[in-house]
Design a protein around this ligand. Structure first.
Ligand code: AMP
Length: 317
């Protein structure tokens, strides 16, 4: 079981192809809807009195366990963003933390035994609160955002010390590391604690770095992108979901023992599955691109992406 702590939001988004007002968003929603394609997911989050029941019903209908979503007195977390014609450039218009500011997650016994724990983009103190409550997870990974890098850097560094994998986007990696070059930024983040860093580059794909390895994947070639919001969280959902499914399969064939990091081959495939999950997410507004997606849909795009990226090395020599 994957446990994710993240935001549940009412997002207002403007892109060159349209806009959406107070729609379902948040790092937890995107992550969970992508990850549930691979493995059971429980979402730890808070919403306010204004959060429509239908949003929680939609998550539940798609197999996301929302029993640990708390409804607090006050307004829900709200975020607004606008994209330029270069969709890699986003301006945050507002961030209203509202009920997120006083959230104190309490995990049930069942959730404390999570195998994979994903600390999605949320206050880094909350990320560690949840991490403290989970007993011996096989894998802990996190994401973050410029908002937290700027406002709670020390707390974020304390989270990074305790995770194995950090997934973040290119501008966040540059800001966190103080390095313009992404490989150097990844290496700098590796010195903060994680053993693996994955950096997403929007339409330019994603890279993975560990101390001994570098891997690069192109993005799935899309001609129309409607709403890039949540691409990073959907990537993380596909990536961690794939790792969880592989871990369960390895256990089924009795190869598992002590928890160790996934092999390089599995990590690389996970990057590809993260990439294709994000490609579906950005084709529609809000979480609509993830709703109804199946493993077969992801397998098809993963296979296609492989076709786009493969070349015959011998022929160039
Ligand atoms: P992404 O496009 O993957 O970076 O994620 C965008 C999502 O993150 C949106 O749905 C927002 O509601 C959510 N979000 C934006 N700012 C924050 C924040 N400071 N903390 C938690 N979630 C946020």
């Amino acid at each position: 079981m994957i446990v994710v702590v993240g935001s549940l939001a009412l997002d207002s988004v403007k892109t060159p192809l349209g806009s959406a007002e107070a729609v379902l968003g948040g790092s937890g929603a995107y992550f969970a809807l992508a990850a549930r394609i691979f493995a059971p997911v429980s979402l730890v989050a808070v919403v306010g009195r204004d959060f429509p029941d239908q949003h929680l019903a939609l998550l539940a209908q798609h197999g996301v366990d929302v029993a640990a979503v708390e409804r607090a007195d006050g307004e829900s977390f709200r975020w607004g963003g606008e994209y330029a014609s270069d969709l890699n450039q986003r301006t945050t218009l507002f961030t209203h933390l509202n009920v997120l500011a006083s959230f104190q997650p309490k995990l049930s016994e069942r959730l404390r035994s999570a195998r994979q724990l994903f600390l999605a983009n949320i206050d880094p103190d909350l990320q560690r609160d949840v991490l403290d409550q989970v007993r011996g997870p096989e894998l802990v990974a996190c994401d973050t955002m410029n908002y937290w890098i700027a406002s709670k850097r020390d707390a974020l560094v304390r989270t990074l010390e305790r995770v194995q994998i950090c997934v973040l986007n290119d501008s966040e990696a540059r800001e966190l590391a103080g390095e313009a070059n992404l490989w150097r930024a990844a290496d700098a983040i590796l010195t903060l604690g994680p053993e693996i860093v994955v950096i997403k580059k929007g339409e330019h794909g994603a890279i993975l770095a560990s101390r001994g390895e570098r891997f690069t994947s192109p993005a799935y070639p899309l001609e129309m992108v409607y709403d890039p919001t949540g691409a990073g969280d959907s990537f993380a959902g596909g990536f961690i979901g794939y790792l969880a499914a592989e871990s369960a399969a390895a256990e089924g064939s009795n190869r598992s023992g002590r928890a160790e990091l996934p092999s390089s081959a599995v990590l690389r495939r996970a990057v590809v599955y993260g990439t294709v999950a994000a490609s579906f997410s950005v084709e529609r507004f809000s979480v609509d691109g993830l709703v109804g997606l199946t493993r077969a849909d992801l397998d098809r795009r993963a296979e296609e992406l492989l076709g786009h990226a493969r070349w015959d090395h011998a022929a160039v020599q």
